[in-house]
Design a protein around this ligand. Structure first.
Ligand code: SF4
Ligand code: SF4
Length: 373
């Protein structure tokens, strides 16, 4: 297993971390046999970083993780959990949150503690409730050892959160397709420059970079028999500032493949970077509609979320993942009109700086994605 030292700190984490928040359930409960087997396999193969959070698997994730990890010596692994803002409504609730977590996780301390999924809105909560001061107090008391945040918003917000505290580590979303979204690779470079250890989530883009069309993945398959996921993981692991790559593993096969990637970890060669570049370009070319999300076409006469629909269309064209597309689509139509309701008035197309023939493209989307009807 590849390990990474956290600069001058006495911390050495396995580069592959176990994201335990997506464990499979059976009859409404976490499938214990399957879950414990995954923990054992991870631990026995050198994974020493385990990541959880209270809201996952119906609020039962931490309790299960606590039970699984209780079987190993406490000082032999790093345990990470988060202050989840969806579960607290006031400063008082924040003050009582950690004790509940420690009880569920059956431990006296957490190695890594994160402000969960920071964004503009949560930044206000952090300021109003003096959350940073609360975290510092918990750290002084030895209840948490390292303070960080995970992040989902734009680069400017990232800089603002980064400037709020002297962070021990930061968790960001990064993969070879998402170098320009959220904080992007720019945010990674800022952290590397400041020697702030980086934990990466979504290295395989929620599984999308493990399953796209074999035709697009040809530069990979012509080069070696390594899995598509391993290319994505190695791209992230080749960044020296990355100290942990979280993979939300819930199948043994996936864990075995990931462990193989990190057992004899090799950073990408120049030739391998070229392969990734070719695949990335092919994925980008597969985009169905050249929509920039400028939103000039809105409001639509009947209330269709035009750029939202094109985002779903493009995602499907690139990754060919029907399940994902259906999920995104059902979220989208909660607050907007179905695209099949388009009356072809053409008002939107007149506003589009990309000259997209919007009503025609919406029709094409329905033809290509009949499962949305
Ligand atoms: S053409 Fe369709 S999508 Fe465009 S504004 Fe009219 S109804 Fe909305
Ligand atoms: S105006 Fe055109 S490019 Fe802008 S969001 Fe609408 S469809 Fe996309």
């Amino acid at each position: 297993m590849e390990y990474r030292k956290w600069y001058d700190r006495d911390i050495k984490t396995s580069l592959l971390g176990f994201g335990a928040m997506r464990l499979k359930t059976k009859d409404g409960e976490i499938d214990e046999e399957k879950g414990l087997a995954l923990f054992d396999h991870a631990y026995q193969n050198g994974i020493n970083y385990f990541d959880t959070a209270m809201p996952y698997t119906d609020g039962k994730n931490e309790t299960f993780v606590g039970k699984a990890l209780k079987r190993y010596p406490r000082e032999s692994f790093y345990l990470a959990s988060k202050l989840s803002f969806g579960m607290v409504n006031s400063k008082e609730e924040v003050l009582g949150f950690l004790e509940r977590q420690l009880a569920g996780l059956q431990t006296n301390y957490l190695d890594m503690y994160l402000l969960h999924a920071m964004n503009k809105e949560r930044l206000q909560n952090v300021k109003e409730w003096d959350v940073i001061e609360i975290l510092k107090k918990w750290k002084t008391e030895g209840k948490i050892r390292n303070i960080g945040f995970s992040f989902h918003d734009d680069y400017d917000t990232f800089k603002e959160v980064l400037a709020m505290n002297d962070w021990d580590f930061v968790q960001i979303q990064l993969n070879y397709m998402d170098t320009d979204i959220q904080q992007g690779i720019r945010g990674y470079r800022d952290l590397e420059q400041r020697k702030i250890p980086v934990v990466v989530m979504e290295p395989v883009k929620g599984g999308k970079l493990a399953t796209f069309s074999p035709e697009i993945a040809k530069p990979f398959s012509d080069y070696s028999s390594a899995s598509m996921a391993s290319w994505a993981l190695r791209w992230v692991g080749s960044l020296p500032g990355v100290k942990v790559i979280l993979s939300g593993m819930n199948e043994m096969e996936q864990m075995v493949d990931n462990i193989t990637t990190f057992r004899d970890f090799r950073p990408l060669s120049v030739e391998e970077y070229q392969k990734i570049y070719q695949v990335k370009s092919a994925l980008q070319k597969a985009i169905a509609v050249d929509c920039t999300n400028c939103r000039y076409c809105l409001p639509c006469t009947v209330g269709i979320d035009i750029p939202g629909n094109f985002k779903v269309f493009n995602g499907f064209a690139m990754y060919n993942n029907e399940g994902d597309a259906k999920r995104q689509f059902s979220n989208l139509i909660r607050n907007s009109t179905l695209l099949s309701e388009c009356i072809e008035c053409g008002k939107c197309a007149l506003e589009c700086p990309q000259h997209i023939r919007i009503p025609e493209e919406l029709k094409r989307m329905l033809e290509k994605m009949p499962f949305l009807k």
